[in-house]
Each structure stands twice: as structure tokens, then as C-alpha cells.
Design a protein around this ligand. Structure first.
Ligand code: DX5
Ligand code: ZN
Length: 220
């Protein structure tokens, strides 16, 4: 895939000015909205839930990429489809019957994603990679924005890219956590297709310009 995608993470937005920040993403060169849903059980933090996603969906004009950091995500697949999710990503570590979960996501008309924690080896996806539209490689431990990028991620991107090629799969690779202008180029060179960026975008002084710069680096 040639066009590398940028997905600002709304977790780092100003929730008191959510519509303003959603419109900023709409009017920027960003490709996707990345939406982090945390339940305080799978990860040690609670972010926001359905009413907030509903409010975002009402204004968002780009692909809505929902990252579920929750236990037993099967309970809410239908709900997230109804809320406007285009991509629904569940954690490998939270699914007992991953294959069934992936089929259920697709049956609701969404793209099916699987996220891997930093400690989870790529080889656990050997038997499902052809059923996965997107693999989200966590480059921090999930639960919080603003953490430092884990350097071993580069090795994992390369291993995942090899697996996708070997199996003839059509799976996108997304990187989530600590993405900045410093690591974007190397991530894309290793095989990444989608870069999630929260703090780097929303804590910057000129957010559209930061997005534009990241997009340019990723596609240079
Ligand atoms: C972490 C979330 C990330 C987070 C990224 O659990 O999954 O999407 O918002 O934020 P930054 O870019 O600040 O690391
Ligand atoms: Zn995320």
C-alpha cells in the first residue's frame, strides 16, 4: 500500500472542546479517527464510552477506527457497528475465540482488527492473519496516552510484514503509542501502513501542521 495513513487519537483531544477537535481532524490531512475505549479491567484506566463515541460520530467525516481495550468485546460488537465504527479492533489477549469474534465483526459490516500488546508474539496470528483486516501493534502498554515508544516494535513490524507476505494476506499494519516525527519514517520503512498519534498531534501548537508533517514523513 502506498498511501500511508495518519490516525489522530482522540484520547489526547480536549474533551471540553470535542467538536472543535473533531472538526480540526476533518479539515486536516489526517485519514482516520482513532478512538480508544478502555474499561478499567483489561487496562488500568477508563477512557470514555458509547455516548461520547456517538457525539464524535455525529461530526466525524472520516473513517472511525475503534480500538477496544475491554474484556469480552463480543458483548458490544453490534453496538459499536450502530455507533458508526468502520474498523473495530479487539485485543488478542482479551479474546478466547478470536476467529469467531473476527467473523462477528465482519458480519456487522466493519473491518476486523486485532491488537497485540508489546509482550505478545506475532506468531499467535499465524492461523488467523488471512481473516484480519488490520493488526494494531501496541508500541506502548495500552491504557494511557503520552508514553514512550518501545523500540522492539520495529522488529515486530518486520516479523508481521513477513507473515502477511508469506500468507498472501491483505492486512494493514497499524502502530499505536508514542508515534512522532522521530520514528514515523522508520516504522513505515519496516512495513507500517497506519500511524496512530495522540499526544504528538493534540499537544502541539499547530495541530493541522503537525498532522501534515507526519503525513509527509510517512509518505516520503
Ligand atoms: C494507548 C492508546 C493509544 C494512545 C496513543 O492505550 O491505545 O491510542 O491514545 O497516544 P500517544 O500517541 O500519546 O502515545
Ligand atoms: Zn489506541
Amino acid at each position: 500500500m502506498n498511501n500511508k495513513l495518519i490516525a489522530p487519537s482522540i484520547l489526547a483531544a480536549d474533551f471540553g472542546n470535542l467538536q472543535r477537535d473533531v472538526e480540526m481532524v476533518n479539515n486536516s490531512e489526517a485519514d482516520w479517527f482513532h478512538i480508544d475505549i478502555m474499561d478499567g479491567v483489561f487496562v488500568p484506566n477508563i477512557s470514555f464510552g458509547m455516548p461520547v463515541l456517538k457525539a464524535i460520530s455525529k461530526h466525524a467525516k472520516k473513517t472511525i477506527d475503534v480500538h477496544l481495550m475491554i474484556v469480552d468485546p463480543d458483548r458490544y460488537i453490534k453496538t459499536f457497528a450502530e455507533l458508526g465504527s468502520d474498523v473495530l479492533t479487539v485485543h488478542y489477549e482479551a479474546c478466547t475465540h478470536l476467529h469467531r469474534t473476527l467473523q462477528a465483526i465482519k458480519a456487522e459490516g466493519m473491518q476486523a482488527g486485532v491488537a497485540l500488546n508489546p509482550h505478545t508474539n506475532i506468531n499467535v496470528l499465524e492461523d488467523t492473519i488471512n481473516d484480519i483486516d488490520l493488526v494494531c501493534l501496541m508500541s506502548v502498554n495500552p491504557g494511557f496516552g503520552g508514553q514512550s515508544f518501545i523500540e522492539n516494535t520495529y522488529n515486530k513490524v518486520k516479523q508481521l510484514k513477513e507473515l502477511i507476505t508469506k500468507k498472501g494476506a491483505n492486512t494493514k499494519i497499524e502502530i499505536d503509542g508514542g508515534v512522532t516525527n522521530k520514528n514515523a519514517k522508520a516504522l513505515v520503512e519496516a512495513g507500517a501502513d497506519v500511524l496512530v498519534a495522540g499526544s504528538y498531534v493534540f499537544k502541539s501548537d499547530n495541530q493541522p501542521e503537525t498532522i501534515r508533517g507526519l503525513k509527509a514523513i510517512a509518505n516520503s
